[in-house]
Design a protein around this ligand. Structure first.
Ligand SMILES: Cc1cc2nc3c(=O)[nH]c(=O)nc-3n(C[C@H](O)[C@H](O)[C@H](O)COP(=O)(O)O)c2cc1C
Length: 359
């Protein structure tokens, strides 16, 4: 299978074109330090060509869901070193996903601090998981211009910390309605400074962060995840095609290692402006390696790689439930199905490190 052939990404040699998609598992301790079992969890999945870690909070301010790990204290960095060295020993490669939740967060997950965002606009009609049960989203505090620049610095520092922790590179989480996405979207960004208004201004935050990440970690080590057709977390735009065409054209000019694009995951009835196939809509603008994601199976992934539309495919829930996914694809063996009740938190190894391997 083409999907199982080797490839290169930046300076890295990958043993196949299967990427483990970033997945929050909410099993860190109360200080945002990963637990020892996390090392085993990633080791089990190190036959992926590339692992992208779960979202990692870049700062205390970035934090927004219970038991998610960080990479801004010495203790947090030290704990990640175990994961990266174990994955490397097993022949794997691993990028850190840099995460700031912005308004997609809640004060009860942040020791009482109200979330920050590009503008003071809350997420309508959805609720968030907190330690006190589901709650409606709060109106976030608008970041000042100086604070926006500080967040960009925090991203840069977290990238430096990630390399110190042994990661092979970093991925900016700019998808699914989190902070970078909130800067992009008309529905969450009403700023009047250089980070709001026209498309160029709304893309500025992401482009500045990427430039700083490249400056911090060097060539071949920076990727980005985007979800142009996902309106979750109240992301709405009148012209997403124009917005993402500009963003992808500008990203393509930078020394970025890959673009990780999500296909739509939720119905888009009533939103005809959103493309139903992001490769069709944006593929011709991307000249960097493309990792395509969301809903791919053994067959559809093989097809998209074989016809050259994407270089790699990332798998979320399939890697969650199948530590040996590449081998299962090779043998065309049946796959395990994920248990939703243990996706986030839950007991220790249950639904984390106890998914069965093939005999
Ligand atoms: C339990 C779980 C946690 C996730 N956490 C993250 C995350 O931290 N960062 C991220 O970019 N995507 C996250 N995702 C989305 C996945 O990376 C992926 O985009 C999504 O599952 C679609 O791919 P799939 O159809 O192969 O599962 C998560 C998905 C799952 C199932």
């Amino acid at each position: 299978m083409k999907l199982l052939e080797t490839t290169t990404l930046g300076n890295l040699y990958l043993k196949n074109r299967m990427v483990m998609a970033p997945m929050t598992r909410s099993r860190a301790d109360k200080n945002g330090v990963i637990i020892p079992l996390t090392t085993l969890y990633y080791k089990q999945r190190s036959t992926a060509g590339l692992i992208i870690s779960e979202g990692i909070n870049i700062s205390k301010q970035a934090t927004g869901l219970p038991f998610t790990p960080g990479i801004y204290t010495a203790e947090q960095i030290k704990a990640w070193k175990d994961v990266t060295s174990t994955v490397h020993k097993a022949g794997g490669k691993i990028f850190a996903q840099l995460w700031h939740l912005g308004r997609a967060s809640h004060s009860s997950n942040r020791n009482g601090d109200i979330p920050v965002a590009p503008s003071a606009i809350s997420i309508p009609t959805q609720s968030i998981f907190t330690q006190n049960g589901p709650q409606v989203f709060e109106t976030p505090v608008e970041l000042t211009n100086a604070e926006v620049k500080k967040v960009i610095q925090d991203y840069k520092q977290s990238a430096i910390n990630s390399l110190e922790a042994g990661f092979d590179g970093v991925e900016l989480h700019a998808a699914f309605g989190y902070l970078p996405h909130q800067f992009l979207s008309e529905s969450s960004n009403m700023r009047v400074d250089e980070y709001g208004g026209n498309i160029e201004n709304r893309c500025r935050f992401i482009l500045e962060v990427i430039k700083d990440l490249v400056e911090a970690v060097g060539h071949g080590k920076v990727g980005i995840k985007l979800s142009p057709s996902i309106i979750y977390h109240g992301m709405l735009d009148s012209n997403p095609v124009e917005l993402y065409s500009y963003l992808l054209t500008e990203l393509d000019k930078l020394d970025i290692t890959y673009i990780h694009l999500m296909q739509p995951m939720f119905p888009l009835d009533g939103y005809p402006q959103y493309p139903l196939d992001v490769i069709e809509a944006f593929g011709s603008l991307i000249h960097k390696p493309l990792i395509i994601n969301a809903g791919y199976t053994r067959e559809t992934a093989e097809e998209v790689v074989k016809n050259g539309k994407a270089q790699l495919v990332s798998f979320g829930s399939l890697f969650l439930a199948n530590p040996d996914l590449p081998e299962r694809f090779y043998l065309n063996a049946p796959v395990n199905y994920p248990d939703k009740s243990t996706m986030y938190g839950g007991g220790n190894e249950k639904g984390y490190t106890d998914y069965p391997f093939l005999d």
